[in-house]
Design a binder for this molecule. Structure first.
Ligand code: NAI
Ligand code: MG
Length: 353
């Protein structure tokens, strides 16, 4: 098979990890007879600073014909965060109905979790985050700015279609895994949106009598991600709650730099997008030391989505083997002193003949 992949490295460490990992993905795919062609787009904050927009007006049209999109990260110290997010990632996830943000948290052997007493494989959960609406709906406004009666309104939007679009695959994943699903909610305080959310989970659960459903309020769930992460299997959450929980997920797996992410268009009308969970990391940008493995694992999830399971497994297992090897180079976030490029090329040596 041949795949055309759009590559948007974006800003900060997004550039470093994308440049290091893109050739590795192509070469590993080639080993399995899978042909990958990439087209790079220099969209991001530099473009915004020069031309006033992170991507061109017809950006979505340019991306639509690709089989998948690989994104580094966006975010720039000189551009407000709401401008970068709303200028690139959100238009793509919303415009391509990428309702499902699937984010695994896995503690690999050889990586130390900040939590005491957890060994490789003890943390193995996956969050299904609603990715196109909820608290990230662009609905609201501001009035009377600068005056005493200034007001800001931001509305959450929950639709039956986009809620079911994430809840159903979460149940399907639970059925394939350990048969346990945690519904993360806040229906005590949000009596409209979150009660609706709970009802949707309840309704879909009727089709999955073999899946055990646990319901947790998001504050308690946050504590339990730290206190008993080993007991989670599949977690389903709204956009904001899933966003927050998956940074905790990155933390407990030893580094946010290891955490992969997906933005999936379930009916495959549009390309899906794959990116690490992390952002552009102002504190280490330009140093060449960002961990590239979250990007490699995101590539693994991309090939899984494309149906190329052999490539997906090779990438995932390659990362696991490298992390388990005490002698392998590793970046500073997981206790080493190697650069992004050295870690990626060591992985390539292991995976490509
Ligand atoms: P961040 O994820 O960029 O960084 C958080 C912390 O994790 C930092 O200490 C950073 O050094 C560390 N870290 C992240 N990735 C790492 C890696 N691969 N290797 C080693 N350490 C790593 O989050 P932050 O600082 O809140 O946001 C920075 C910018 O990124 C902001 O503009 C934000 O809006 C944007 N952002 C963009 C995302 C995206 O493009 N999908 C996602 C999250 C944030
Ligand atoms: Mg986030």
């Amino acid at each position: 098979m041949t795949y055309d992949i759009a590559v948007i490295p974006g800003d900060g460490i997004g550039n470093g990890v994308t440049e290091a990992v893109e050739p590795l993905l192509i070469d590993v795919a080639d080993t399995y007879g899978v042909d990958v062609t990439t087209t790079w787009f220099d969209w991001g904050s530099e473009r915004y600073l020069e031309e006033g927009a992170l991507m061109p007006d017809d950006g979505l049209d340019q991306l639509e014909s690709f089989d998948a999109i690989l994104l580094g990260a966006v975010g720039h110290p000189e551009v407000p965060d709401h401008v970068t997010l709303r200028g690139l990632r959100l238009p793509i996830t919303k415009g391509f109905n990428q309702h499902v943000c699937k984010r695994p948290s896995y503690l690999f052997e050889g990586v130390e979790s900040p939590l005491r007493g957890y060994a490789g494989g003890d943390i193995d959960l996956v969050v299904y985050r609603q990715n196109t609406e909820g608290e990230y709906a662009d609905v609201g406004g501001r009035e009377h700015q600068g005056f005493a009666n200034e007001v800001a309104v931001q509305a959450s939007v929950f639709t039956r279609e986009a809620t079911e679009a994430v809840v159903r695959p979460a149940f399907e994943a639970a059925r394939e895994r350990d048969g346990h699903l945690t519904n993360v909610t806040k229906s005590n305080a949000q009596a409209h949106s979150m009660v609706f959310w709970d009802e949707m989970v309840e309704e879909v659960s009727e089709d999955f009598p073999d899946v055990e459903v646990e319901r947790l309020l998001v504050d308690a769930a946050s504590m339990d991600f730290v206190r008993r992460p080993d007991e989670f299997d599949v977690v389903v959450a709204s956009n904001l709650f899933g966003d927050i929980l998956t940074d905790i997920g990155g933390g407990i797996m030893g580094s946010l730099g290891l955490a992969p992410s997906t933005n999936i268009n379930p009916d495959r009308t549009y390309p899906s997008m794959f990116e690490p969970v992390h952002g552009s990391a102002f504190d280490i940008m330009g140093e060449g030391i960002a961990n590239p493995l979250g990007m490699v694992l995101s590539g693994s999830l991309m090939f899984e989505h494309l149906g190329e399971d052999a490539v997906a497994t090779a990438l995932w297992d390659g990362v696991a083997d490298q992390l388990a090897d005490d002698d392998a180079p590793r970046t500073p976030d997981i206790g080493g002193d190697a650069t992004t490029a050295v870690v990626a090329s060591d992985l390539a040596d292991r995976l490509v003949e």
